[in-house]
Design a protein around this ligand. Structure first.
Ligand code: 7TS
Length: 408
């Protein structure tokens, strides 16, 4: 792991960053939406298709064996990255959304009954709200939400108050995709476990900015997507404790997840195959492993330190733009900066600064309950990745000055 991180060198690893946008330098500040890909990932995906591609776990021929071996090596790479105890606890999914749906449909539907409680927070992405609403319709469970303070902070005492003996599941983000707030997962897990509830973590943003050790966090499930971690889209991970996954029924049926099938009955395969029905995202899993290798080579701590420097700079510069308000200023937050301007709607802000090559996301960020809480319909959001620089922030701030000139 390198102690010093050189952002200019790292930027050269990402081919897209040197392509002009509207004739200007690309300032890509939408990595919370999806991150750009380093050449190492792009090359590894191409390499699979050029050299080692076939369906996995089905053929006994050379290419199927090669593809299967690489697919399973990818699982080991993920296991090591999150320090999961066992390789078979790592289930490949299509993304965070599918991973949370797996937990909701399989675990949730089997343990939840009328009046049982699922505790989320008011800042969840819709993918950690809607699956629980769907399961509520089937089970009669109750979905409650932990409130947020004005600065984007969550109070542990609110978790303590809302986790009761009726709570069966606590499902919450690691890093908020709107506020950047980091939740104290281990403290939450201890409160939940004391009441016999399990903890599901939406790690879509957490895995990108923080070192994740699922054993140290003491959580029960951790879900994330490849595409936000510099890997391909269409691949994600659900890690779960073996004893929980083993007791859970499959939620999708098909090839690859069975032990035996007759016309009248099916028995399931062991973990992790039980939860991987159908042809999995093969090249994508291998590409995700390449992304993890890339990130691990630089060092997630070095990346986090760099991002924190740029975040501090961005926070200070944006706070000095007249009429701009930051949404989410919790201490220790990760690299997501949401803001609103008094002179223009976030959609207009985003459209105008796009003319200067600046890509930010504007909208509700799939977190409508959080928007309601702050009485906003949307925000603009600059989200950072390892390749962002203070120069990117300077260009962002200059382009926001243009917005002010237009609207005032
Ligand atoms: N959870 C969080 C916290 C997220 O930020 C996202 C995606 C998801 C879940 C869903 O991930 P997926 O890969 O399954 O789609 N967030 C965003 C975003 O903030 N802007 O675009 C996508």
């Amino acid at each position: 792991m390198s102690a010093r991180f050189d952002v200019d060198t790292a930027r050269k690893d990402f081919p897209i960053l040197s392509k002009p946008v509207r004739g200007r330098r690309l300032v890509y500040l939408d990595s919370a939406g999806s991150a750009q890909k380093p050449r190492h990932v792009i090359d590894s995906v191409r390499d699979v298709y050029e050299n080692d591609y076939a369906n996995v776990h089905r053929g006994l021929h050379y290419l199927s064996e090669r593809a299967s071996a690489r697919y399973e090596e990818a699982r080991e790479t993920v296991r090591a990255f999150i320090n999961a105890p066992e390789q078979h606890e790592v289930v490949f999914t299509g993304g965070t959304t599918e991973a949370i749906n797996l937990v909701a449909w399989s675990y949730g539907r089997s343990v939840l009954g009328p009046g049982d409680e699922v505790l989320i927070t008011c800042a969840e992405h819709h993918s950690n709200i809607v699956p629980w609403h769907l399961v509520r319709e089937q089970t009669g469970c109750v979905v409650k939400a932990v409130p947020v303070q004005d600065d984007g902070t969550f109070r542990l005492e609110d978790f303590a108050r809302l986790i009761t003996e009726r709570t069966r599941v606590v499902s919450c983000f690691h890093v908020s995709n709107v506020l950047g707030t980091v939740l104290p997962l281990r403290d939450i897990a201890r409160l939940a476990h004391a009441q016999g509830a399990v903890v599901v973590v939406d790690g879509a943003q957490g895995i990108v900015h923080l070192p994740v050790d699922v054993q140290e966090l003491e959580v029960d499930f951790y879900a994330f997507s490849g595409h936000k971690l510099y890997g391909p889209s269409g691949i994600g991970v659900l890690w779960g404790r073996a004893e929980l996954l083993e007791a859970m029924p499959p939620w999708q049926g098909g090839g690859g997840m069975i032990d035996t099938v007759t016309l009248s009955a099916t028995t399931w395969a062991d973990l992790p195959d039980k939860f991987e029905a159908g042809t999995p995202p093969i090249a994508q899993a291998i590409g995700l492993a390449a992304a993890i290798d890339y990130v691990s080579d630089i060092g997630i701590d070095a990346i986090a330190r760099h991002e924190q420097e740029v975040l501090l700079y961005a926070t200070q510069r944006l706070a000095s733009v007249p009429g701009l308000s930051l949404v989410g200023t919790a201490a220790g937050k990760a690299s997501v900066v949401s803001f609103v301007m008094d002179c223009a709607h976030p959609h207009d802000v985003s459209t105008i600064i796009d003319q200067y090559g600046v890509a930010v996301r504007a909208g509700h960020h799939c977190a409508q309950p959080l928007m309601d809480r702050f009485e906003l319909s949307s925000t603009a959001r600059a989200s950072l990745a390892l390749y962002n620089t203070t120069e990117d922030i300077d260009i962002l701030v200059e382009s926001l000055e243009k917005v002010r000139e237009i609207f005032q």
